[in-house]
Ligand binder design. Structure first.
Ligand SMILES: Nc1ncnc2c1ncn2[C@@H]1O[C@H](COP(=O)(O)OP(=O)(O)OP(=O)(O)O)[C@@H](O)[C@H]1O
Length: 606
């Protein structure tokens, strides 16, 4: 945009909505700028633009014009002068921002009239949704040619459970017979276990020359995927050297444009199979870039947990793709390969009607936990389903793996923080890198916010103070010391570190070095080469997504915090492999479970 970046003060309707706290000055500013550029001055239209910008800021891809009053809660929200949806729709349809105008062909806004409501988009996001819709629909028009006898034999060998409705086997059958498959499921339900078997199956069907890409939205998640797949490679006869990478690296970053890549619709990825893990964290923009870069005759396998927090940017693509209406019947070949309706003693429950319908979109949800059992798994499931009474009962059950602490009852958190902090320092001072890296992931303290009494900043200081008191020696977070945990805050292609990687400073004979675990291989760097890192004593739940720790302590914010949602609590709990400790009040847990982060989009409406 051109012109000075002065903020015009809101007037009229926009002022009313800003004073009520619905709009922020930045929302109003963008609306006025777009209005000025496109020649639109009508207040209700500018209000809708500002509300659309606000929606994006809060994670929605579009504005639901028929549900405007739902944007604000309480009596104050109801009292606001919301525009009449029909009049607003008519005004928007004539707006130069939608149709192009005398000021130029620029159409920054797009309208969509869907069976479940009228939507206003910023055109850029509408285009991205359109890309995803069009590419996936085109991919659904055909299915890969496979030898069904060989496939059946492969499935029997890899999933020897017999005829029961083994959802992992169904996932593999889908992945072999569809171009795009979505394998959803909570932590430890075997998504990567299944992905490894899918790769083995595809290698059997298509021969050893198959080109496979493994990717995830963050470096940490990519490393976990790589570790898991390579750990199973020998057993499954997968080729050596399968490496995972971030989606950014897979698509080829460009220095001149952050949202464009070297691989795109006219320069496709060479791979025959693209497996993406932690898809819930993939933004709408990234998903659009990915699907257009995958060859039409390559398989795309999306793994993820739709109940977790969605991407930092707008959209909840995985959840939307799973929720979209099913437009075609399940692949007829499936009936020969799996038996979704059967009941088998001790096996998965038969697929319900909705699950069977979703096979048409090649979506399967794994439901049986293989990693955690007991109270931790029950708690995660109760939170996911929104069963607050159940969750509270589990928290109060006295189970070892799940404990609940009032905000001033910090003895247990302190004990674990200090014991892991001291173990980290001891190992690092001895120069024992494997032990230091192991100690790093033993326990993690998670907060919802960065700032405030329940935020990362405050709690990091507390962790440091506790560690110093236990150590009996001061530690300066501004200076590297052996045993200091580190978090990478920006991707650095020179060192190979990704945003979100964690490491630890270790004492070596020649001085201090920073050690990072890169999916089983070690990366050692002199601390002076680390550009964007910060000490890691506590982290936000958002940051922790894609990682897991043996034990997790979750500090809940105030009940009123708008960031506190069911998805946030579920994501925090499921970061723990063995035990979770929740610090907060019962009302806060209930408030979190009762508040769902709902992100408006057009994708789920298909
Ligand atoms: N069918 C199965 N039989 C036996 N063990 C299994 C089976 N499926 C998964 N597992 C084991 O359960 C554990 C969790 O599996 P996996 O890591 O694949 O889950 P995931 O869904 O990818 O979890 P996350 O999202 O947390 O990474 C692994 O140790 C895996 O070997």
């Amino acid at each position: 945009m051109t012109g000075p970046l002065t903020t015009r003060r809101a007037t009229g309707m926009l002022r009313t909505f800003e004073d009520a706290g619905v709009l922020e000055p930045a929302d109003v500013h963008v609306a006025y700028r777009l209005g000025a550029l496109g020649g639109e001055t009508r207040e209700p239209v500018l209000l809708a633009v500002a509300l659309g910008v606000r929606a994006l800021r809060l994670g929605s891809v579009c504005l639901e014009l028929d549900r405007l009053p739902a944007l604000a809660s309480g009596a104050e929200g109801e009292a606001l002068p919301w525009p009449d949806p029909d009049a607003l729709w008519a005004a928007l349809r004539r707006s130069p921002l939608v149709t192009g105008g005398p000021a130029g062909p620029l159409t920054p806004l797009t309208l969509a009239d869907t069976p479940s409501g009228r939507l206003l988009f910023l055109t850029r996001y509408h285009r991205q949704e359109d890309t995803i819709r069009a590419v996936l629909a085109a991919r659904e028009r055909s299915r890969p040619d496979v030898d069904l006898d060989a496939l059946a034999a492969g499935l029997d060998a890899l999933f020897p459970g017999g005829d029961g409705p083994d959802r992992q086997r169904i996932a593999a059958a889908l992945a072999a017979t569809e171009w795009t498959t979505i394998v959803a499921g909570g932590p430890g339900t075997g998504k990567t276990h299944t992905a490894a078997r899918i790769l083995a199956l595809l290698h059997t069907l298509h021969g050893p020359g198959l080109r496979v890409a493994l990717a995830a939205p963050t470096g940490k998640a990519a490393m976990r995927l790589q570790e898991s797949i390579t750990g199973q490679a020998a057993e499954l006869g997968l080729p050596d050297g399968l490496a995972a990478t971030t989606l950014h690296r897979l698509l080829g970053p460009r220095r001149d444009n952050r949202s464009r890549f070297t691989h795109h619709a006219h320069n496709r990825l060479p791979h025959d199979v693209v497996v993406v893990d932690e898809t819930s964290m993939v933004s709408l923009t990234m998903m659009a870039r990915l699907v257009e870069a995958v060859r039409a005759d390559a398989r795309l396998i999306l793994l993820g947990d739709p109940d977790q927090l969605a991407s930092v940017d707008a959209g909840a693509v995985l959840a939307d793709l799973i929720a979209r209406p099913v437009t075609r019947p399940a692949n007829p070949a499936l009936a020969r390969l799996v038996n979704p309706a059967a009941a088998a003693p001790g096996g998965d429950a038969p697929l319900d009607e909705r699950e069977r319908e979703r096979l048409g979109s090649a979506v399967i949800r794994l439901s049986r936990g293989h990693r955690f059992t007991g109270a931790l798994a029950l708690l995660a499931d109760a939170v996911r389903r929104g069963a607050a009474d159940e969750a509270v009962a589990i928290l109060r059950s006295g189970a070892h793996s799940v404990t609940f602490h009032e905000p001033d009852d910090l003895d247990a958190v302190r004990a674990e923080v200090t014991s892991t902090g001291l173990a980290l320092i001891d190992a690092a001072e001895r120069g024992d890198i494997p032990a230091a890296l192991e100690a790093l992931d033993t326990h993690r303290l998670l907060c919802a916010h960065r700032e405030g009494p329940y935020g990362v900043r405050r709690w990091s200081q507390r962790v440091l103070d506790w560690t110093v008191a236990a150590r009996g020696r001061s530690l300066d977070p501004e200076h590297r010391y052996a045993g200091q945990p580190l978090l990478v805050t920006e991707t650095d292609y020179d060192t190979g570190l990704s945003n979100g990687d964690s490491g630890v400073v270790v004492q070596r004979q020649d001085g201090l070095t920073a050690a990072f675990d890169r999916g089983g291989s070690l990366l050692l760097l002199p601390p002076s080469r680390l550009a964007a890192v910060q000490p890691l004593y506590a982290m936000t739940v958002h940051r922790s997504q894609g990682s897991q720790y043996d034990s997790v302590s979750v500090v809940l914010p105030e009940e009123e915090s708008s960031i506190l949602t069911r998805q946030l609590l579920y994501t925090a709990i499921t970061r723990a492999r063995r035990r979770v400790r929740i610090v907060g009040r019962e009302e806060t847990v209930r408030a979190a479970i009762g508040r769902q982060a709902l992100r408006a989009s057009g994708l789920a409406r298909w």
